[in-house]
Design a protein around this ligand. Structure first.
Ligand code: NAD
Length: 330
């Protein structure tokens, strides 16, 4: 990037932001993406590289500084008590191990990780008072989301009453199982309606329905993976958090594994890269989370992502990939 002059970089940055904003609108608001995720990711990372080379060109409205997309009208707004963040992502094992090395250096000791599947759905927040489900929302732009409590109540995997009368906020992923997605698109096609591009967009479209009967008919499900203020329950690792969530009655993803060695991480990636087609839900990678919750507090977050976790995204599936050539003119 150093060989790009500031003037050229500035022009290119404007172009990339314009394209990325358009794609974000289609993906987050209209639930109808027009490009594959890896095309978006490539443009996004090019923007990061240019902004890293010329930090004076970073602006608050850059997609690199914001989570998600605009809030949909029609739903009540919900300001999250603590922002709902995205995840930093890498596309090679080298970058993944570099993340591990950096974390080890910052913390001063070797890290153990909760290695989880990266579910291709959309993030939700669920609030319980004395064990009763009282409010649920989308991530929205990370700071403000949409209140979709009534829609979430229709999802069978979301307990309306927990096994213990705790007052907690939990977060996780809402997704549409592959089978439900195939059935839904088949029905839509038969009715001459536009089909959804993938289960993720179908889940997002189904969850943000003003008519909750439509949401109820879509067979959505959830995996919960995050607990706010885990120390209140004497928990000190992410592995313990997952176990506790399950004991309270949440559906957690059972494939998670505790790993600390490089070769264990590699084996986990290889296993699920092969197994992903056999899973009943879509995944687009794996997530490494520092297992020790003290590390989360120690390293904190950027405006957009936690510094204690990283997503490794699988390379695009060649068969599914529609090769699109994007011609950038600077
Ligand atoms: P992301 O989906 O890459 O990763 C962050 C999200 O992963 C979290 O918010 C959470 O919802 C989810 N997640 C799934 N499993 C998880 C787990 N086990 N632990 C923690 N989190 C988990 O980031 P994003 O900010 O939601 O979206 C950006 C991505 O969306 C892009 O990288 C791109 O792939 C896609 N996108 C595509 C288009 C397009 O036009 N195709 C447009 C915009 C965004």
């Amino acid at each position: 990037m150093k060989d790009v002059t500031q003037q050229t970089a500035a022009k290119r940055i404007l172009l990339l932001r314009k394209e990325l904003d358009r794609w974000r609108q289609q993906y987050y608001v209209e639930d109808q993406p027009t490009v594959e995720d890896h095309v978006y990711d490539q443009a996004y990372h090019e923007l990061i590289d240019l902004e890293t080379a010329y930090p004076e060109l970073i602006t608050d409205d850059s997609p690199t500084q914001r989570v998600g997309g605009p809030i949909l009208s029609g739903f009540e707004k919900k300001t999250h008590e603590t922002p709902m963040l995205s995840l930093g992502d890498v596309f090679s094992k080298e970058e993944l191990f570099a993340f591990d090395q950096r974390l080890e250096k910052t913390v001063g000791q070797k890290q153990s990780y909760s290695c989880e599947l990266k579910i291709d759905g959309l993030a939700i927040s669920l609030i319980y008072k004395d064990g009763r489900f009282v409010e649920g929302s989308t991530r929205g732009n990370g700071v403000v989301g949409e209140n979709i409590t009534e829609n979430l109540k229709t999802i069978k995997a979301i307990p309306l009453r927990l096994k213990k009368a705790v007052s907690v906020e939990v977060r996780g992923e809402c997704y549409m199982p592959k089978k439900a997605f195939a059935e839904l698109n088949k029905k839509r096609e038969a009715k001459g309606k536009p089909v959804f591009a993938n289960p993720r967009n179908a889940a997002a479209g189904s969850l943000r329905q003003l008519d909750t009967r439509i949401t109820a008919s879509r067979q959505l499900s959830t995996f919960i993976y995050y607990l706010m203020e885990p120390q209140r329950y004497g928990l000190s690792t992410q592995t313990q958090v997952l176990k506790q969530l399950s004991e309270w009655g949440f559906k957690i993803n059972k494939e998670s594994q505790n790993v600390s060695q490089k070769d264990e991480i590699e084996r986990f990636i290889e296993k699920y890269q092969k197994k992903r087609t056999q899973l009943s839900y879509d995944i687009d990678g794996i997530v490494l989370k520092a297992d020790d919750l003290k590390v989360h507090q120690l390293v904190g977050n950027t405006v957009k992502v936690p510094r204690w976790a990283i997503a490794y995204k699988f390379p695009p599936d060649e068969q599914e990939t529609i090769v699109r050539q994007i011609l950038w003119t600077v």
